[in-house]
Design a protein around this ligand. Structure first.
Ligand SMILES: [Zn+2]
Ligand SMILES: [Zn+2]
Length: 165
């Protein structure tokens, strides 16, 4: 959605916004599907010649854990905190967006915040224990019947040393 900020370009002021978009085309290996639209709300503020946009984005996801492969639900909430400029700047700053024809491209800002926020959050839980490399048992459900020592290369070394004694 494009949002006209003509009034804000004339002087100080605050403009609330809320919008939603279909995230279906944003494909990531760890996201099985989107359970809700990608929504955003916040305010665009003009103060002393500086234009800022703050707020948050929210979407419900069905994800797959990177470590154990289990499916899980997650609500992804990302902060919006960007600066809007009316002229292109030389540097590529992901927190700076260009105002074109007195309009802000909310879709671009929301999508960027969501994508940047996705990194390193694809575990079913922060301390996911993964699966046993021998039997495939999901170790979040408790230990499996395999003897854990047998998987460690150090355990093998230990056995060698013991044999030499
Ligand atoms: Zn997991
Ligand atoms: Zn096992």
């Amino acid at each position: 959605m494009r949002c006209s900020i003509k009034e804000l370009l004339r002087g100080d002021g605050v403009l609330p916004f809320s919008c939603e978009l279909d995230p279906a085309e944003l494909e990531f290996p760890s996201i099985l599907r989107y359970e809700s639209p990608l929504t955003a709300k916040g305010t665009i503020r003009s103060s002393a010649g500086l234009l800022t946009l703050t707020g948050e984005t929210r979407v419900s996801l069905r994800c797959i854990c990177d470590r154990c492969g289990r499916e899980y639900d997650r609500e992804a909430v990302e902060k919006l905190d960007t600066v809007l400029v009316t002229e292109h700047q030389d540097e590529e700053d992901p927190d700076v967006f260009l105002v074109q024809d007195d309009c802000v491209d909310l879709d671009e800002i929301i999508t960027t915040a969501f994508v940047l926020g996705l990194d390193s959050k694809t575990l079913c839980r922060p301390d996911c224990k993964g699966v046993c490399p021998r039997c495939g048992h999901n170790l979040n459900d408790g230990p499996c019947a395999c003897r854990p020592e047998a998987d460690s290369p150090f355990a093998v070394l230990g056995q060698l040393f013991n044999a030499e004694e």
